[in-house]
Design a protein around this ligand. Structure first.
Ligand code: NOJ
Length: 744
């Protein structure tokens, strides 16, 4: 290597001996870094620049349909600036060495990975975690994930997923925060803060990636990768705010979605990537595509070949090409032929290099690949404790009519039945990244660890998760008959949710429904424990089983967390963040619908309803029970008329009317009764999670601001309109107390 040349580069970009602190504001531009970026850019050839815009997968993990065998050659040839699906201090160091030692400019690689709900210590799937309504806990789980990931050489997580999802057929609902825009925005913000910690450049922070931009959750019929078509009003009002909240929280990167939006695939969508993201929201980080989605613009039918797809993406504002290799293949040639401005490439390279500088990779490319830190960080006891706590907070008690729960720890014979009981692999859910399912605690193990020595725990599998075999059924019935109480564990396999996991039926798969019916027939007290990544249509269970517990996929500590709730060591307080429909025919079904001109009237045929199904959900948004009960007093407002500058304070006395201490998520909804455009029947605007001792009351007060009352008016300006508002407070979106005020 030419020593003089190296010194020139080092001086230009500040490679060696730089003592300055690495931390830079994640979203803001840092002029010193800008200068270093520019100094490096002038040294780069066109090919080297395009290499920085390219992200390839390693063969360490597979998260998409194509993998590239020669990625190490690509690194050496300077054709790739970032690698994903590679982790571990040792492996990332080896790959980094190729980039740093064997390429002309020694530019370090960026390592990205899907650290979605934990890295090694796995937390509940995001949909489950959102049911905790505990923003601090969600920030903490993202923080722990970042600590572990960054100790394993990773710089960048492909999270948080901020897609509003109102169609449970879509398997990716499991990866998000549910159906509500307000809650989704707050959670998106918390997760970004958690991942990015005290700031990019800190050793335990990773770049967050807001995905999938945009409106991926609205794919037609819930079929993955399908088309999205929606009005700008719905886009801006319902779907965009969580992405924006994440960007405002400082998220360093954004990922395009697979879907087209109103005819333009996201990866070629200038309206999304430039007009909204950069111009309206002032996003200064970089945009990466989803897996091969530049290539997918050919089958979408918007580009006819590699060159036109690559140009479309770059011109739309997409900086980095994940896995298609189209930028590599086409951009240089397009510039040389005069068909593309090199300045567009320069802008994209700048944005990517900026993050590499902020991360401190030019000072020390190996600073995150530290085997010692990896050993002492990964799956620490305190992380496992946090995972257990986060898991039990995510559990939703759906029914407990006969108060079978909590169970006594000294039941004589307790039967644990069902295909999820001993299903270790399933507990960590989909997108569990580097999580080791072998370390997960099963439901059976959790229960065995919790009961007293005198309790006999019987186990029978009952059925497989998703086939027609009845070979385990008879033994399960026999086992149930011998028991005093049955814990019946049913649900979906982990990989029936997540990417490419859409379902047309939301029933329990395989013969599990039959299993439940057979066990119920034994007449024994039965508690159904559900493990699933989306709402299921469980009407029969709701009608015939008195205790039902929703546990999602809870992660590494699943079994212990479930036992904590079943035996009352923890009083459940989770609330659904998605509506549970009664049947697939009701979908999409969400709480903040419009009223229509003919609101449902059971006695009037010509109103908005089904002939063969109720309009009501099985369980509404915000719903979840506790082992205690809460009563709500009247909703009291400090004013019943406000001006367009004023706020209104809303108070409600909430009382623990039961016998156990418990937490309650007190929810505030509004309705704007008449507007220049129609408004939903309810909209969540705030919530507080409070702890009350038996008999204790608390006045819970919220402040409704003008911002809370604003919406996109007829002319698409955002603001309030005078008129009457209703305010609702309750423990779910259905059972609420009401008050009203006028905005003058
Ligand atoms: C495809 C998924 O849609 C995306 O969420 C993920 O981050 C990438 N693959 C990388 O694995």
């Amino acid at each position: 290597m030419n020593r003089i040349y190296l010194i020139v580069i080092a001086a230009a970009i500040g490679l060696a001996g730089c003592q300055e602190k690495h931390t830079a504001s994640a979203s803001g531009s840092n002029s010193k870094i800008d200068h270093r970026v520019d100094s490096l850019l002038v040294l780069m050839t066109l090919e080297e620049k395009v290499g920085q815009l390219t992200l390839f997968t390693s063969d360490y993990d597979v998260t998409g349909p194509t993998i590239r065998e020669n990625y190490k050659e690509d690194i050496k040839a300077g054709k790739v600036g970032a690698i994903f699906n590679a982790f571990g201090a040792d492996y990332t160091r080896k790959l980094q060495e190729i980039a740093v030692k064997e390429t002309r400019l020694h530019i370090p690689l960026l390592f990205g990975y899907d650290v979605i709900h934990g890295h090694r210590t796995i937390f509940p799937i995001p949909l489950g975690e959102s049911a905790s309504w505990d923003l601090a806990a969600m920030e903490q789980s993202a923080r722990i994930a970042a600590e572990e990931a960054s100790a394993e050489g990773l710089h960048w997580t492909f999270a948080p997923m901020c897609d509003i999802a109102r169609d449970p057929r879509w398997g990716r609902m499991a990866e998000g925060a549910g159906e509500d825009t307000y809650l989704g925005s707050r959670i998106a913000e918390a997760r970004v803060k958690g991942f990015q910690g005290k700031g990019i450049g800190e050793l335990d922070a990773v770049l967050a990636c807001v995905k999938h931009f945009a409106a991926y959750g609205a794919v037609q019929a819930g079929r993955d990768y399908h088309t999205t078509d929606m009005s700008d009003r719905v886009l801006r009002e319902v779907y965009l705010p969580p992405y924006k909240a994440a960007v405002d929280a400082g998220a360093a990167t954004v990922m395009t979605s697979f879907n087209e939006l109103n005819g333009i695939p996201a990866s070629g969508n200038k309206y999304l990537m430039t007009d909204i993201l950069r111009k309206e929201w002032n996003f200064t980080g970089f945009v990466v595509t989803d897996y091969t989605s530049i290539m997918e613009m050919i089958p979408h039918g918007i580009a006819e070949d590699t060159a036109s797809a690559a140009a479309l993406a770059l011109e739309a504002g997409v900086d980095m090409d994940m896995q298609a290799g189209f930028y590599n293949d086409a951009l240089g040639k397009l510039v040389k032929e005069g068909k593309l401005k090199e300045s567009l490439i320069d802008d994209a390279v700048r944005r990517i290099l900026q993050k590499k500088f902020e991360l401190g990779l030019f000072e020390d490319p190996y600073r995150f690949s530290n085997e010692e830190r990896e050993k002492t960080t990964v799956m620490k006891k305190e992380f496992l404790d946090a995972a257990r706590d986060g898991a039990r907070k995510s559990i939703v008690l759906l029914k407990n009519d006969k108060n079978i729960l909590p169970l006594s720890k000294s039941i004589k014979r307790l039967a644990v039945i069902g295909p999820m009981a001993d299903a270790r692999r399933e507990m960590i859910g989909s997108w569990s990244a580097a999580g080791d399912w072998k370390k997960a605690v099963t439901i059976l193990e959790g229960i065995k660890a919790a009961v007293s020595p005198g309790t006999q725990v019987l186990y029978a599998k009952g059925s497989n998760i998703n086939d027609d075999s009845t070979k385990y059924l008879a033994q399960a019935i026999q086992t149930a008959k011998q028991a005093d109480v049955v814990v019946l564990t049913v649900g979906e396999a982990a990989l029936m949710t997540g990417e490419a996991a859409s379902r047309a039926s939301l029933n329990l798969p395989g013969i599990q429904q039959r299993l439940v019916e057979e066990i119920q027939k034994t007449g024994k007290p039965v508690v159904v424990v559900l493990s699933n990544g989306r709402p299921l249509t469980i009407n029969w269970i709701d009608q015939h089983i008195s205790s039902v517990v929703e546990t999602w996929f809870l992660g590494t500590q699943a079994g212990h967390a479930i036992a904590d709730v079943l035996f009352g060591d923890y009083n459940p307080a989770g609330k659904l963040t998605v509506t549970f429909p009664r049947s697939v025919g009701q979908i999409p079904l969400f709480y903040n619908m419009k009223n229509t001109g003919r609101p449902m009237d059971p006695n009037n045929k010509y109103t908005s309803k089904y002939l063969d199904e109720s309009n009501e959900p099985l369980y509404p948004f915000g719903y979840g029970l506790s082992y205690t009960t809460f009563s709500y007093g009247d909703v009291v407002l400090d004013k019943n008329k406000i001006s367009q500058q004023e706020e209104v304070k809303v108070t409600c006395k909430v009382t623990n009317s039961g016998k156990l201490a418990g937490e309650e998520v007190v929810q505030l909804y509004i309705r704007d009764l008449v507007g220049s455009v129609t408004r939903p029947v309810k909209e969540l605007r705030n919530f507080q999670k409070i702890l009350l001792q038996p008999g204790e009351s608390k006045d819970v007060t919220f402040t409704l601001t003008q911002q809370d009352l604003s919406f996109y008016r007829k002319d698409m300006s955002f603001g309030v309109e005078p008129g009457k508002f209703e305010v609702y407070i309750g423990g779910n979106s259905r059972d609420v107390k009401k008050a009203a005020f006028v905005l003058q």
